[in-house]
Design a protein around this ligand. Structure first.
Ligand code: CU
Length: 177
């Protein structure tokens, strides 16, 4: 009898976490007085660290937007970033901006190697992650769940903070003031 009750409880837990995931993907707004630094997730997995994670706000649902972040690789091996998934988005692509004869073109990046002991940055005007088909508006202060998948390191989940600015919010990646 006791065992039956325990078994029955498991689907309820799954259902709850599934619901929580859906709510998170809707970009729940952070309280206005929340310290930005507190809401920046700095994730570590195998000494690969992701920081300065933010997304450009949108004016229309479904409008493609850019996501930016910094990856630091403190391991002794190169790691290869294969994909960045944004929760709820139709798809994401990694792009680089290439300047040729005064013209800037976006070119797809198949993957991105972060050298052993090195760092790579996605930032406005350079490499960026394009997110397509997000059903919700991204308003400043919202959060967007991202999952980074590597060829030879554990996946990393981070939350991007939505900002209307052209640069990372001032406090991104800082601890305290
Ligand atoms: Cu692009």
């Amino acid at each position: 009898m006791g065992i039956y009750r325990q078994v029955k409880a498991i689907p309820a837990i799954f259902a709850f976490s599934f619901l929580a995931t859906i709510l998170a993907s809707c970009g729940a707004e952070t309280p206005e007085n929340a310290d930005f630094a507190d809401s920046v997730r700095v994730a570590r997995a195998n000494n690969v660290q992701v920081s300065q994670v933010w997304a450009r706000s949108t004016l229309v649902p479904g409008q493609p937007t850019g996501v930016y972040l910094t990856i630091e690789n403190a391991t002794k091996m190169d790691v290869k970033l294969l994909h960045v998934r944004a929760e709820g988005a139709e798809r994401t692509e990694m792009h680089d901006n290439v300047h040729t004869d005064g013209i800037v073109r976006m070119v797809p990046l198949g993957d991105l190697v972060v050298a052993a002991g090195g760092m790579e940055q996605f930032q406005p005007g350079g490499k960026h992650i394009m997110v397509f088909g997000l059903p919700q508006l991204l308003k400043p202060g919202m959060q967007l769940s991202l999952t980074l998948t590597f060829e030879n390191a554990s996946p990393i989940d981070v939350l991007a903070i939505v900002s209307a600015n052209m640069n990372a919010p001032d406090t991104a990646g800082h601890n305290g003031h």
